[in-house]
Design a protein around this ligand. Structure first.
Ligand code: HEM
Length: 221
């Protein structure tokens, strides 16, 4: 039996932000791929477009609050990239995890993402999201300024922008699949998901003098 201790990782706003963002992005992916013509799900094109636009604006509003929260609480620092132990962690996901080895990274509230998570979330925030947002806003306002001759001169046509938006959507889909898989790799398959719902994670306790100094915080899993 692994001994674990409860660690408070995800504050209330953070959990609200995470799950509403997830719901909106899932809605955007489902309606977006319908607009793209991958399937029709019994929803007509214009309805899918309307759902897509409302979900996108809702996500913009949520993001304004989330950015404000990250900067006022200092939580943005959790996303500063680091390559510390990165190979050990990649090795763990490639092999160690299938041999029941313990995760090489130990979470504490002030650094709750392992270096691979930091890089993945930063990639979403600085790469995937800007591609999707810039091309999405461009498509939305295409009739107003998206088709100006200057863009044509620069070789940016409706097709280029729609292509960038679709590439961004597939990048998000890949992130989504890998992310959901990795969230099931805690000490039980639902442990991380439960932590993102209730805020507390059960972290394994290590035989380190620092852990033994605080026996009251230790529970049995
Ligand atoms: C595409 C939609 C999603 C995006 C953009 C997203 C993004 C994120 C981000 C940025 C974090 C770090 C948040 C923080 O530490 O404050 C996170 C953590 C997490 N997400 Fe998602 N997420 C998405 C969907 C999901 C879904 C559908 C699930 C569950 C099935 C999920 C489960 C989790 C869990 C359990 C964590 C905590 C992981 C940990 O640090 O141990 N996410 N997600």
């Amino acid at each position: 039996m692994t001994r674990t201790k409860r660690v408070y990782l995800f504050k209330r706003f953070e959990r609200f932000w995470h799950w509403s963002q997830a719901a909106l992005i899932i809605t955007l992916m489902l309606s977006g791929f319908r607009i793209h013509g991958l399937y029709d799900l019994g929803v007509d094109f214009l309805t899918a477009l309307r759902i897509h636009t409302v979900a996108a604006w809702s996500l913009v509003v949520l993001w304004v609050f989330a950015i404000f929260w990250h900067f006022t609480t200092g939580e943005w620092k959790q996303y500063i990239p680091t390559f510390d132990k990165i190979f050990l962690i990649a090795r763990h996901y490639a092999f160690g995890i299938f041999r029941g080895e313990e995760h090489p990274y130990h979470v504490i509230p002030t650094r709750k993402h392992n270096p691979l998570q930091r890089l993945a979330y930063l990639w979403v925030k600085l790469m995937i999201n800007p591609i999707i947002w810039i091309s999405g806003i461009w498509l939305l306002f295409f009739a107003d300024w998206g088709a100006w001759p200057v863009w044509q001169q620069w070789g940016i046509s409706l097709q280029t922008v729609a292509w960038a938006h679709t590439i961004g959507a597939y990048m998000m889909l890949i992130f989504f699949i890998v992310h959901v898989y990795l969230t099931t790799t805690g000490h039980t398959p639902l442990a991380h998901i439960k932590a993102m719902i209730v805020g507390y994670e059960h972290e394994p306790v290590h035989h380190h003098p620092r852990d033994q100094a605080a026996p009251k915080a230790v529970e049995n899993a």
